[in-house]
Design a protein around this ligand. Structure first.
Ligand SMILES: Cc1ncc(COP(=O)(O)O)c(C=O)c1O
Length: 376
């Protein structure tokens, strides 16, 4: 007999079915053991150091999150969201998992759903790159593409229709991650910095999609500041995103019609996981600058990165120029969120840039000058 799912029946009635404890707990044990084994097979991601001659005493570090098995920082979140949902009793054998995503999270969740033999459906904007769609399907997931920006409503509706569980990364990202440690991204960065001549980052620079990464970093920075010293958190925001305006105004009702062109970051509404009070500074980065930054970075690192890494790099350079002008030194840390191979048809395609009216040439000249001179 199939046991009815949460949230339709209260737990008391579920337990009256008799099967609830024994069968569901057996599945829960198996699911957690499967995820823990996957974590045990994983290695930490590299922290790559880049010394730019124009910034003496201000080394730049990239935490390379592109090397996870599912290619982005969302691998960590995928594991955390599944564990959180399992431990809350929200998942069960055969119960479909539905998620609203701009792609990267869905790839990681499709991977974890397959590990657990759960059906997975990603609800995404139609403009999501073909490579991301192919990867979700490679991991056995299905894609439900929609026009407009209401991926949340569409995912909720689909979950209702299929008796599935809407994972809702935009609500749960900030609380699904263990913020005090458990090798979260913040703990990993600070541990990897320990043997550097100057081990305390002055700035950590990230971008926000759910806001989960900035929440984890911001909390961890505050939690450890007494023994470690002062690190500040900067968040960069692309065009077509409300996060920066919300940060300035406190108006949580802000919305936009159009979604961000930088996949994974910038949102048309204030996401519940975005926590402004743990952020020390926000910077707006024009999309053309993010695109130009990818090209400058390709020369410096010898590899292609995804769009949000370009946005991060612009923010890091601006802060480094500010430090240099103020006579300050110290490390700056940012993230390689994912690799460039997912964006061959968009960010690395001249026809796409032209169609989007992104003047990368002028922006590239400006950024190259900044990286080479250290002056904004
Ligand atoms: C490529 C990429 N970079 C950055 C982010 C931002 O991370 P967060 O959702 O933790 O704010 C995302 C989120 O989906 C992403 O996909």
């Amino acid at each position: 007999m199939r046991v009815p799912d949460h949230p339709k029946l209260p737990i008391r009635r579920l337990q009256a079915h008799g099967h609830y404890n024994a069968r569901m707990h057996a599945w829960t044990r198996h699911a957690i053991a499967t995820l823990e084994a996957e974590a045990a097979r994983s290695a930490d991601t590299h922290l790559i150091r880049l010394d730019l001659p124009a910034f003496p005493g201000i080394p730049l570090y990239f935490k390379d999150e592109s090397v996870h098995p599912t290619g982005s920082l969302k691998h960590r979140l995928g594991r955390s969201l599944f564990l959180y949902a399992i431990c809350n009793g929200w998942l069960d054998e055969d119960r479909p998992v539905i998620e609203a995503s701009s792609g990267s999270t869905a790839i990681s969740e499709a991977y974890f759903a397959r590990l657990l033999n759960l059906p997975f459906i990603a609800v995404m904007p139609r403009r999501t790159s073909k490579q991301k769609i192919a990867q979700i399907e490679f991991f056995g997931g299905m894609c439900h593409l929609i026009d407009g920006t209401d991926v949340y409503g569409a995912a909720q509706q689909l979950a209702r229709e299929r008796d599935g569980h809407y994972m809702d990364q935009f609500t749960y990202a900030e609380r699904a991650t263990d913020w005090r440690g458990n090798n979260n991204i913040a703990e990993s960065i600070f541990r990897q910095m320990q043997r550097e001549a100057d081990p305390v980052p002055r700035w950590i620079v990230v971008s926000a999609g759910t806001g989960g990464t900035s929440a984890t970093l911001g909390r961890y920075i505050r939690y450890g500041c007494a023994q470690r010293g002062e690190t500040k958190l900067a968040v960069v925001d692309p065009e077509n995103s409300v996060f920066l305006d919300y940060y300035d105004s406190g108006d949580a009702s802000l919305t936009l019609e159009r979604g961000s062109r930088i996949e994974g970051i910038g949102r048309p509404r204030v996401e519940p996981s975005f926590l402004p009070r743990v952020i020390d500074r926000m910077l707006r980065v024009p999309d053309a600058d993010s695109m130009a930054a990818l090209r400058v970075l390709e020369k410096l690192l010898g590899r292609r990165c995804g769009g949000s890494t370009g946005t991060n790099f612009v923010g890091a350079l601006q802060l480094m120029a500010g430090m240099k002008a103020a006579g300050e030194t110290g490390p700056v840390v940012t993230l390689i969120c994912d690799g460039g191979e997912r964006y061959a048809g968009t960010y690395y395609n001249d026809a796409w840039l032209e169609a989007e009216h992104l003047d990368v040439v002028a922006a590239r000249t400006r950024l190259t000058r900044l990286a080479n001179s250290g002056e904004a």
